[in-house]
Design a protein around this ligand. Structure first.
Ligand SMILES: Cc1ncc(COP(=O)(O)O)c(C=O)c1O
Length: 431
């Protein structure tokens, strides 16, 4: 008789992976993906997994959306790469399109390849145009894995540990993580405490006159799916204006309809000076960028920044198609509606459950935070529930400073039936 193990077609590839792939690259699920369609990922056995990870907030239209596939195929057959040797149509069209959907003061766009590269570019620009060295990030933030992005990342120690020295002039201010705050029942007080911490920073570590920019995620992603209170973001804008500091909003994970608006910062009605984008921008193709004000960009001299692959024609064509689908199919609105339904149902389910501390979120960015017996963060419970979901053929990821949060990042066009199925699997897993 053939054992279940020898029938597993993933196994041979997983063994090759162990032999040839740098072990630093850890994957959260031990399956080998063969193909993806809509909300489902299929492994080498042909088993279907309901994908609530969207490749970490990338496949906002689900896997292999036909409009994106068509755009990629057409563009690949015509022009794949020029770099900065020439201009090309898709780059220019996409830059224009981004200015149409971004907050209105942002009217100048640069494209790179990854979120971290967008962070690096945004910070370089902020330093250059202000002539100031310091950057203020926020506790629990995740901005990427390159040296500066890593220096700005405090979501978990292991992203930074043993990589010192990291770039300097980075100062970390408190972030309003309301659920784990002493003032949990008074969010306004949490905001005031954080801003008092920022003020201390200005008096004890760095003068505001030396600060080029604040960099902040409107919803902390890797840090635990923690929604920044809108008032906090508004206050940051005011403080930035007072001191001539630029406000960099990192929309790498929150962008392109994910939170119920095209960009999460719109919920707060705040105009950033620089807005970073990546992940969901191009339906699965590698692309990133940042939008800024032309008056600022004009003081950044030509040639002071660039990228060989950034904004290649195929990725830009994919992004144009992705944005069209999000707008035409009103997927941000759908994310708000269906996300709210999922959140409400999970919050109801969590009532009275000792180990489910908080269910929170914005649109289709939903976090479930788990507690141990004493009310502290529990990675053990989050991992257990994620493993149960996997047993039930559903993929979810964890996040949070202790790995204590399960994050749900479904495709924005997930069907009602699949959204319902996802919550049922989660309820069963949490039971
Ligand atoms: C908010 C945020 N910024 C930046 C990054 C870095 O993006 P990338 O992994 O594409 O470099 C991430 C990645 O998870 C992110 O969530």
């Amino acid at each position: 008789m053939v054992s279940a193990e020898t029938k597993d077609k993933n196994r041979a590839y997983l063994e090759m992976d162990e032999t040839y792939v740098n072990p630093v690259l850890s994957r959260s699920h031990k399956i080998v993906a063969k193909r993806g369609q809509g909300s489902y990922l299929y492994d080498l056995n042909g088993d279907a997994y309901l994908d609530l990870t969207t490749g970490i907030a990338v496949n906002n239209l689900g896997h292999c959306h036909p409009r994106v596939v068509e755009a990629v195929q057409k563009q690949a057959a015509e022009l794949m790469h020029t770099s900065v040797v020439t201009h090309h149509e898709r780059y220019i069209e996409l830059a224009k399109r981004i200015t149409e959907i971004a907050p209105k003061t942002l009217d100048s766009v640069f494209f790179g390849n990854s979120g971290a590269e967008a962070v690096e570019g945004g910070v370089k620009m902020a330093r250059y145009v202000t002539g100031r060295p310091a950057i203020i990030n926020f506790k629990g933030s995740f901005h990427g894995r390159t040296m500066m992005a890593m220096a700005l990342t405090t979501s978990k120690l292991y992203y930074r540990e043993n990589y010192e020295p990291l770039p300097g002039a980075v100062h970390t201010a408190p972030f309003p993580y309301v659920y784990r705050s002493y003032y949990r029942n008074d969010p306004d007080k949490v905001i005031e405490e954080c801003l008092a911490g920022l003020d201390d920073l200005f008096h004890q570590f760095v003068s505001p006159t030396q600060v080029a920019a604040f960099i902040v995620e409107p919803v902390q992603g890797e840090g635990g799916y923690i929604v920044a209170p809108f008032k906090f973001l508004q206050r940051l804008r005011e403080i930035a204006d007072k001191h001539g500091i630029l406000l960099i909003i990192d929309e790498v994970q929150t962008g392109f309809g994910r939170t119920g608006k095209m960009f999460a910062i719109e919920h707060a009605g705040v105009e950033p000076d620089i807005m970073l984008m990546a992940k969901g921008i191009a339906g699965g193709m590698p692309l990133a960028g940042f939008a800024t004000r032309r008056d600022l960009a004009k003081t950044w001299l030509p040639g002071r920044h660039g990228s060989t692959f950034g904004g290649n024609p195929v990725s830009c064509a994919a992004a144009l198609a992705t944005i069209d689908v999000i707008v035409e199919e009103k997927l941000a609105e759908r994310a708000a509606r269906v996300g709210k339904d999922m959140l409400t149902r999970l919050q109801k389910f969590a009532e009275g459950k000792k180990h489910v501390g908080e269910v929170r979120g914005l649109g289709m960015m939903i976090g479930i935070e788990f507690n141990d017996d004493k009310g502290g963060p529990s990675k053990e419970w989050a991992d257990k529930v994620a493993a149960r979901c996997f047993d039930n053929k559903m993929l979810v990821l964890t996040c949070g400073n202790r790995g204590q949060v399960i994050r749900l990042i479904p495709p924005l066009n997930i069907s009602d039936a699949d959204a319902d199925k996802a919550i049922s699997i989660l309820e069963k897993a949490m039971s």
